[in-house]
Design a protein around this ligand. Sequence first.
Ligand code: ADE
Length: 424
Amino acid sequence: MNQKARANSDIKDHSLAAAGELRVQWASREMPVLELIQKRFAKNKPLKGIRISACLHITTETANLALTLKAGGAQLALCASNPLSTQDDAAAYLVVKENIPVFAIKGEDNKTYYRHINSALENKPHITMDDGADLVATIHKDRKQLLSDIIGGTEETTTGVIRLRSLEQSRKLKYPIIAVNDAQTKHFFDNRYGTGQSTIDGITRATNILWAGKKVIICGYGWCGRGVAMRAKGLGAHVIVCEVEPIRALEAVMDGYQVMPLIEAARIGDIFITVTGGMSIIDEKHMKAMKDGAIVANSGHFNVEINIPALEKLATSKRQIRGSVEEYTLSSKKRIYLLGEGRLINLAAAEGHPASVMDMSFANQALCAEYMVKRGKSLKKIVYPVPEEVDKEVGKLKLNAMGIAIDTLTPEQRKYLASWEAGT
Ligand code: ADE
């Protein structure tokens, strides 16, 4: 064990490393695309000498990404992208067995969270890897002296991409970013099937409720909301969607859901799930309208979708009734149950997205890091999409790994599709 990595880390418990190693290996079984990339990286070392600071959920899947980047020659430092999402055994494994510095402890307070971000930045990154844009924001606000070394960054999630586009639009973005979230092989799968399954998993582990027959209110019908709605419906819930964007609302209607304003849904819902990326979606007026026993959870990136300060004010008492469940009693004696402190419930109360979808998300991350090293110096200080060839390659590799063959166009069909002359 490397004493330097140990000293240069802040994790919960080094003795969890062996358990972490087994779980990281288990996750790797479902990450064949990343494994292929890892093998190529180990041979070609495309990240040799490159320092990467990564602010990601520290999970067994992220550990496999870290191993891939390390195999490519990168010098890594990792910190958590959410105070409640760290898997302490995965963190211990990376530090103790892989000598990768990690700054992340499940349940850390906000001050520690930012101290950890700053510690990961001590790595003086050439590349930043974000899930929510906190590294980029910290560099732009407080650590500008790091900019001279930075080639570029990648961003994993919708909320982070929105923040970075805002930085770009205000002409303050200081280095190029690739929006990994926007790759088709990322958001079609991770956001939809990953969030869909892991959100239901988190709420089930936290509460052990039966979904069948429940009225489930989904706030937001983006890719994540679509996924959660689909899975809740599959379990027999009566799903109601609340959405501010008219075309998405229409899509929800035609997907077979009831659609209504949240204030109406508030009166009838049993379980409320926010997946919007916005703030104060579930506000005081909604909580006042809820039934006794309503369960409230968030699966969006930040813990601002449920107005928790308003809930605290409305409540006359609160108690922790189960691991990830707080019971708030209002003056009317009504009880509202808040899950996972309003933080993303799939990681706070479960294990996040299954490895099989993170395989594609993190294959994009690894390939985009390689792309940044090759092309970063020629890129502008804007937010870029994932190069199409990378996205397509990830999709092809995943299909291959799943043993699924597909058809190809004949030359004649290709010619037909490229022409305009032929009509009826
Ligand atoms: N985001 C959602 N699920 C995740 C996971 N399992 N690992 C890393 N980031 C995630």
